[in-house]
Ligand binder design. Sequence first.
Ligand SMILES: [Zn+2]
Length: 262
Amino acid sequence: MMTEILAAAGAAVFITAVTRAKNALTWPAALMADAMLIFITCMSGLQEAMALIGMYLAVFVVDMIFGKKMEHATKEIQGKGGIRGIKQVLANGAAGCFCIFLYRITGESAFLIAYYASIFEVMADSIASDVGVLSKRPPRDICTWKVVSRGISGGVSVLGLLASGLVCVAGGLAAGAILHSSLKDIMIIILAPYLGMLTDSVIGSLIQVKYTCCVCGIQTERTEHCGKKTMISGGCKKISNSMVNTICTVVAAIAGCLFAIV
Ligand SMILES: [Zn+2]
């Protein structure tokens, strides 16, 4: 166990160095991610911690490749900046950590499946938006199927849906190989994260706050546009992006757990 914790600590130092050098995480966020990694190793082992690292690497690499184009395409629409804070790290990882904790105290494999479902949901969601934003066709709202601005919550594209489906399949197969899972469990690790990611778009469409610019009329998630304050045009102001992300990791985890039990 001690060797595994030392290996995880080594990986944590490496990840901190990379994410700080690329300015992808703030210092508190990087340290929180390290703490989660060590926690997961202590609770379950290096295997699950490595799956988390693998997932973050996939997101990081896709972000590095497509992030620049995405920034240009969505800067006007999204309120969030490129650097991720501690809230976002918690929103992405807290549900997974809780599943691993439950797995440790109960020994129930459904919680292990829930863990994988939850972390792969983060990957699917991130890759869907990074790749989807490159779609030539404009995104459509997942609930109304009306054309919406690029990068706005609730907007989906066929390209994004396909890309995130592919990473769910890749993640499910990889996890299945590591865990020597049954076909049913592999299907769950593929479908539960996808369900969580779709939930993200549905919540984004229905209740996440959106604003309209009084000057140019664009729909945005920013509180200011064209140098003027924007007007709320839909959704609930209290629901932030981190909250939606948290809810979706929980949805994926619960779906994974339930499918595994029945
Ligand atoms: Zn404007």
